[in-house]
Design a protein around this ligand. Structure first.
Ligand code: EPU
Length: 417
């Protein structure tokens, strides 16, 4: 079965608490391999992707105890292992294991990573960057193979594009290297800052995270730490849209508007009220949903992950909106499914033109990737009648208890296994 079944039309009202960020905890879990001492992580979201990453680390010998959103990890003895292609291919951040493990072994071999099918997801910056740090690294028969007979050596690396994953990779690989590494044109996303803060709390010397130049001075050793994962900004954005598409009024706590400024601005332009308060963010929908133009950009621009998510709202706006996707080259999976629900959307290369309809219509659709799945939940909340979403487990890769959270504020969502 693996379905979510939604009865649409309920107005959402109440309070939602935001969990820790998927895209921060995954690199941080990998970073925990850089010490033999105990790492304690708080505010860890309970997600399928986190469970998979834990399994990968356990395969290498890490001892992991997980309870109530807290994880204890100890990686004092690591062993070489063969990771299964099916497990590695489920999450894109498995590639970060290369940079971490090169600090523990002279040779690392892992299957090519996967993740959402939203574009080509190149790895050239990872490979060039690790190569510049002194690794002999290449791809052969669907495996990444990296060798380094001595310590990695700090160097100057310039990315052609500020890739989040490649920035994570080089930070992780270089904090125990000899000398200084400078990353130019680094990604500025808050999840990069969270990784740097985490590693600094272990004794690393990383400066400039959150700007486009990051300087990492290699240290001899990293120690244990207790660290709390940042709130998930895309989950926050998803629940902001949930209020907007249901004519709702939701208070979203344990999160910050700071890293969603661009999304908040767009929502205000659309007519939705977004109010920052002491506890978090209040989002109040409006009777008039105005069309807008959205262009995805790297941080602090409009996030690509929010591009599918905002589409159901634009699909019910009074007029024509456009979205230009600039980060991934195939991120319109959700459009095919939204059309089944009555949305009027045209795609022309990387631009989606959306002509608003009065209301979406319940239908049977498929969560082709994580954010497409969340998008369909939002569409189902708005729709007249019943929406059935197949492949529901995709959504659980990135959202903790999404049905329960939304039902507590008035939605009618059933999980069918
Ligand atoms: N790119 C290259 N070469 C590289 C690396 C990336 O050309 O070596 C290109 C990619 O092909 C892509 C663009 O650069 O077109 C952006 O990729 P980036 O490396 O920044 O993305 P990522 O690290 O693979 C992370 C998040 C994504 C999020 C992007 C952009 C994780 C696990 N994933 O992916 O999250 O969309 O950054 O912010 O952190 C999601 O959560 O649904 C998701 C897809």
């Amino acid at each position: 079965m693996d379905q979510f079944v939604i009865q649409g039309g309920n107005r959402l009202e109440g309070t939602i608490n935001i969990n820790g960020a998927k895209n921060a905890v995954l690199p941080i879990l990998v970073g925990s391999l850089l010490t033999q001492e105990m790492v304690i992580l708080n505010n860890v979201p309970y997600l399928k992707d986190v469970l998979i990453m834990n399994k990968l680390l356990q395969k290498y010998g890490a001892e992991i105890k997980s309870k109530n959103n807290i994880i204890h990890i100890k990686s004092n003895i690591l062993k070489k292992t063969e990771l299964s292609e099916t497990m590695v291919s489920k999450i894109s951040s498995s590639v970060l294991l290369v940079g971490a493990l090169l600090n523990r072994f002279s040779k690392v071999k892992i299957p090519l990573p996967g993740g959402c099918n939203i574009g080509t997801r190149e790895l050239d910056f990872h490979i060039k960057g690790l190569g510049a740090l002194g690794a002999n690294i290449y791809i052969k028969n669907n495996f990444i193979i990296a060798e380094a007979n001595k310590k990695l050596k700090g160097t100057n690396i310039t990315f052609k594009f500020p890739s989040v994953g490649a920035t994570h990779q080089i930070i992780i690989a270089s904090c125990l290297a000899d000398g200084e590494t400078i990353i130019n044109n680094a990604a500025k996303e808050p999840e990069v800052v969270d990784l740097a803060n985490f590693l600094n709390s272990m004794g690393a010397d990383i400066k400039g995270a959150g700007t486009s130049i990051i300087r990492i001075s290699g240290v001899e050793k990293l120690g244990g730490t207790t660290y709390s994962i940042m709130p998930d900004r895309i989950t926050t954005g998803t629940y902001m849209i949930a209020a907007a598409v249901t004519k709702g009024n939701i208070q979203i706590n344990n999160t910050k508007i700071d890293f969603l400024k661009n999304v908040a601005e767009k929502l205000r332009e659309i007519g939705v009220e977004v109010i920052e308060n002491n506890e978090g963010i209040r989002v109040i929908s409006s009777d008039e949903i105005r069309p807008v133009e959205i262009i995805t950009k790297v941080y602090p621009g409009f996030p690509t992950d929010m591009q599918p998510i905002v589409t159901p709202l634009l699909a019910i706006a009074e007029g024509e909106s456009t979205i230009q996707e600039n980060i991934f080259n195939n991120r319109y999976n959700h459009v095919v499914e939204l059309r089944k629900m009555g949305a009027n959307i045209r795609i022309d290369e990387n631009i989606a033109t959306i002509n608003g309809v009065n209301r979406l219509i319940g239908s049977q659709v498929t969560a082709l990737d994580l954010r497409t799945g969340a998008t369909l939940i939002l569409a189902g909340l708005n729709a007249r009648g019943k929406t059935i979403i197949d492949n529901a487990s995709q959504i659980e890769r990135g959202y903790e208890n999404i049905a329960k959270v939304l039902n507590l504020v008035g939605a009618d969502i059933e999980r069918r296994f």
